[in-house]
Write a protein that binds this ligand. Structure first.
Ligand code: SF4
Ligand code: SF4
Length: 723
């Protein structure tokens, strides 16, 4: 007994010392980052929500279980290890007393059964992981494998270690049964099977084996603990912390305001020499950003859903995180050195690593093409099981490139200049924003100073909706439908300016904040409270980003309002629209803001429409390629994202593709045009907003029925609003 106790405790002490040293180093590295007081404050403000998130995301494995087979395997392994904490207690007890049993419960047959059940569950999980890894071997599958770029050898080592944990456990328990010292008389079915195999060896040999296997169990568990803190399996310890401090539910939706030293940057007082402008070097990341890097499990779920990666671009959200992590670890001695003198004495390789720019073609940690390939679609954040916030990292690097280095795709310069000078990305000017109104046969009130009495909604038209020909058709359809439903609405007309979304998404926080402040002033002066936006990008910015600057409004998307009007019977689709169609989820409406049902409810209400879903839909929807200011950048690398999306739609042979976003309308429209000219799509195929489809089915009010004040009730034939 003394020998097994001594060996077991020495093994444990050595392992804990090695693991503890590593954890201390990791903590120092994390805290070398910028402070993030807002993350701590958010946790303190919502303890109930955080407990619920831990219960559903960490314990409940919600995100992992969205991938049914690997999710079930992970859940079995994770829950197994929670339950097997009991067996680890038992093995340590056995170091001191061969008849040890956990006080109170240590002889319950149910406990023995549950322990064995989960041990077998872990083995089943391991077998599943093995098959998944063999089927997705990156050496064979290349970029198609979600493990492409992951450290696969380390993953196999960890699977082997988990197997050894379970193997030594069952062997130790089997030998205990044969030696007559097993605490459970019944229930532990798997241990009994192993005991049956070992039985012929006799109780003397089994007594020796029991000592060997219990030390094996302790040794393997401790070795696993060390491997965990030195590998991607660090996520076992860090995932709950990363989930706790994530920007949930805002990691999708709004971008973070720019911060320096933990405070929101005030551009009037900011100094580029002393303040942090985005992410220019690894130490510009906050501790939460560094925690993200250390938490990545290399599962590749993000990579598998990324439209940029799927179309051959150099961007993989996983690889961004891994490259930043590798750089942070390699630069760590420089970051943790306590003086310039100490830094001077570091090896040349560390100094060279420390000198690398975060983004750069020559020697940069991240290639510029990587950050500029991102459409901000949010699929990576949506999928990540440990709540890593890729968009904050990519957005932060973009901000530094734009604001400090003035290095961004040249073709986007015109868009930024137009936003600054004319208030819209195309530079068409404020005066033309009201032209679409003249193309209607009823009056649309334009706010003159303040919103008039009785107006229920301010209709935020957006730059595309006011100025782009295809999107203008949607705008007119929405206005016509609101008019028909008797909704009192008004528009800002020439007083509206770009919300600033393209500027913010490209990284020009300065232009964003200028436009946002201007709009907030206009909206506040107008007395706006309830806004209906037709563009999901405007919708997201007005609803989720303007509160960061003091603009608080109730904002809904046009599909939400139209679906409500249909449900209330204020809009009644009657004219059949005999079309086979498929609906494309705009990323900023769907994934970023979780509006999936209203557009589908509208389509369902239109008689004659036969809607079929594309394989990639709802929260797995595939981007059109326009978000993240990509609309204003050339797509020079790989396949065009809009082409990839249209090919998915064409596989369903639809008559119409519907969507609910002017960006998507343009991108998908361009891809359809290209397919038509190559003879790969039928000439009648079109892409329309769901509002246009609804307008085709709802009888339109005549002009004689009055303005947008909802006072009249006359109707005429199906709407001509979609031109
Ligand atoms: S936001 Fe979309 S495009 Fe950008 S990295 Fe994530 S998945 Fe890829
Ligand atoms: S970032 Fe998240 S989803 Fe992507 S590989 Fe890492 S853990 Fe998996």
């Amino acid at each position: 007994m003394v020998l097994r106790m001594t060996v077991g405790l020495v093994l444990t002490a050595v392992a804990l010392a090695v693991a503890g040293r590593r954890l201390w180093w990791l903590k120092r590295l994390a805290f070398s980052g910028q402070s993030a007081p807002e993350r701590v404050a958010a946790v303190r403000a919502h303890p109930g929500r955080d407990a619920e998130v831990q219960a559903t995301e960490v314990i409940g494995q919600r995100k992992l279980l969205k991938w049914s087979v690997p999710g079930a395997a992970h859940a079995a392994t994770f829950w197994g290890f929670l339950v097997l904490l009991l067996t680890i207690i038992e093995s340590y007890g056995d170091l001191f007393s061969r008849t040890f049993a956990i006080p109170g419960i240590g002889h319950w047959a149910a406990i023995g059964f549950i322990e064995d059940l989960f041990a077998v569950g872990v083995l089943a999980g391991l077998a599943t992981f093995t098959v998944i890894r063999l089927r997705n071997d990156p050496h064979r599958e290349g970029r198609a494998s979600r493990f492409f770029g992951s450290h696969t050898r380390a993953a196999w080592v960890v699977l082997g270690m988990i197997f050894l944990v379970i193997a030594t456990l069952l062997l130790y328990r089997g030998a205990q049964i044969d030696a007559g010292v097993f605490p459970y008389k019944h229930g532990a079915f798997a241990s009994q099977i192993v005991g049956h195999w070992l039985h012929p060896l006799g109780s003397g040999v089994n007594s020796v084996l029991e000592a060997v296997f219990v030390l094996g169990q302790v040794g393997v568990v401790m070795a696993f603990a060390v491997i965990v803190v030195y590998s991607k399996h660090l996520h076992i310890a860090l995932a709950p912390v990363n989930v706790l401090f994530s920007r949930r539910p805002d990691a999708l939706g709004p971008l973070e305001p720019m911060r320096s030293g933990g405070k929101v940057l005030d551009f009037e007082e900011a100094d580029p020499d002393t303040d942090t402008f985005g992410l220019g070097k690894i130490e510009d990341l906050s501790w939460k950003g560094l925690l993200d890097l250390a938490t990545c499990t290399e599962c590749g779920r993000c990579q598998s859903q990324c439209p940029a990666w799927a179309t051959g671009k150099p961007l993989s959200p996983k690889q961004v995180i891994l490259d930043l992590r590798d750089h942070a670890f390699a630069k760590a001695p420089w970051l943790l050195a306590d003086s310039d003198e100490a830094r001077e004495k570091l090896p040349e390789a560390v100094k060279a690593e420390a000198a690398r720019p975060l983004v750069g073609k020559d020697g940069g940690v991240i290639d510029p093409d990587v950050i500029w390939s991102c459409t901000n679609c949010g699929a990576c954040v949506e999928e990540c099981p440990v709540d890593i916030e890729h968009l904050d990292h990519i957005g932060g690097m973009r901000r530094h490139q734009v604001l400090i280095e003035s290095a961004f795709p040249v073709e986007a310069a015109g868009m930024l200049k137009n936003l600054e000078n004319k208030g819209d990305p195309w530079g068409m000017g404020q005066a033309r924003r009201a032209e679409w109104i003249t193309e209607l046969d009823f009056e649309v009130p334009v706010v003159d100073g303040t919103i008039g009495p009785g107006v229920e909604y301010l209709f935020w038209v957006g730059c595309a909706g006011a100025l782009e020909d295809r999107a203008k058709k949607t705008t007119k359809a929405i206005a016509t439908l609101l008019h028909t439903a008797g909704v009192r609405f008004a528009v800002l007309g020439p007083a509206e300016t770009c919300t600033g979304d393209p500027a913010r998404r490209i990284g020009n926080e300065f232009v964003f904040s200028m436009l946002a402040q201007q709009n907030i002033e206009t909206l506040n002066q107008a007395g706006a409270r309830t806004i209906v936006a037709s563009c999901p990008h405007c919708f997201n910015t007005l609803a989720r980003e303007y509160p960061q600057l003091g603009g608080d409004y109730e904002v809904i998307h046009h599909t939400q309002l139209l679906a409500k009007l249909v449900a209330e019977g204020k809009l009644t689709p009657v004219t059949p629209v005999k079309e086979k169609l498929t609906y494309h989820d705009p990323c900023f409406l769907g994934r970023h803001n979780k509006v999936y049902t209203p557009p589908r409810a509208i389509l369902e209400a239109v008689p004659g429409v036969h809607a079929t879903e594309m394989p990639r839909c709802k929260n797995r929807g595939f981007c059109c390629g326009a978000g993240g200011a990509r609309m204003w950048m050339e797509e020079r690398i790989g396949k065009r994202i809009n082409t990839e999306r249209i090919e998915e739609a064409l596989a369903l042979n639809p008559d119409t593709i519907s969507t609910a976003c002017p960006y998507c309308l343009v991108m998908l429209g361009d891809a359809i045009a290209a397919k038509k000219s190559s003879g790969d799509a039928k000439d009648t195929l079109e892409v329309v907003d769901v509002a246009q489809l609804l307008a085709r089915s709802v009888p339109k009010r005549t002009s004689a029925d009055g303005g947008a004040d909802g006072t009249a009730a006359g109707r005429e034939g199906p709407g001509a609003a979609d031109g």
